[in-house]
Design a binder for this molecule. Structure first.
Ligand code: HEC
Length: 161
């Protein structure tokens, strides 16, 4: 049967498809969009939002996403003094991914920060959290500073034994 030779346009389209394929493969190792999506998922399901996003627990997770992880002025009071969940959007602005991994592996924050949960995470999950927070960018004000035991604080606190 007689067959038409492929038109130059069809050849160009096939070549373009091939190039696109090669480009995708080349970046298969480093999927920035997937990492950001995984980071968002972890921030939402591993508890980070519960304390680090303003009002998140009290309003059943309805805190607008553009203020996620901007810290909270609710104090956590106990024998350690009063702590406030940090503004991670600002903290991460000054951290490289490498510094974050090192920090997450050795930090021992005061309660109720579950620093031991960070240690139990894989490097991949920690990197994904980093990518999500960096993609969101810096926002908000720093959380109130830590107050040592026995010193008065203004504002609401959760008292822990
Ligand atoms: C139960 C509340 C709570 C949860 C859940 C929580 N944090 Fe925290 N986090 C805190 C508090 C409070 C501090 C401040 C501790 C201090 O002052 O020593 C803190 C501090 C931190 C710091 C240190 C920031 C700095 O200033 O250097 C990082 C990083 C951090 N949290 C990350 C996370 C991540 C990531 C998650 C989720 C996996 C998470 N936290 C979950 C309460 C929480």
């Amino acid at each position: 049967m007689f067959q038409l030779p492929p038109s130059p346009r069809a050849i160009a389209a096939a070549l373009a498809a091939l190039l696109l394929c090669a480009a995708t493969l080349a970046h298969a190792d480093d999927r920035p969009r997937e990492a950001v999506a995984l980071g968002r998922y972890l921030v939402q399901t591993a508890g980070c939002n519960d304390c680090h996003s303003p009002g998140y627990t009290q309003n059943a997770g309805k805190t607008p996403e553009n203020t996620w992880l901007t810290g909270d002025s609710l104090g956590w009071q106990g024998p350690w003094g009063t702590t406030y969940a940090s503004n991670l959007r600002l903290v991460f602005a000054g951290l490289t991914e490498k510094q974050w991994l090192a920090h997450a592996r050795k930090m021992e924050s005061r309660p109720p920060m579950p620093w031991f949960s960070l240690r139990a995470m894989t490097d991949g999950d920690l990197k994904a959290i980093y990518r999500y927070i960096k993609a969101a960018g810096p926002a908000g004000q720093p959380a109130p500073a830590y107050v040592p035991p026995g010193q008065a604080v203004s504002g609401p606190v959760v008292r822990m034994p």
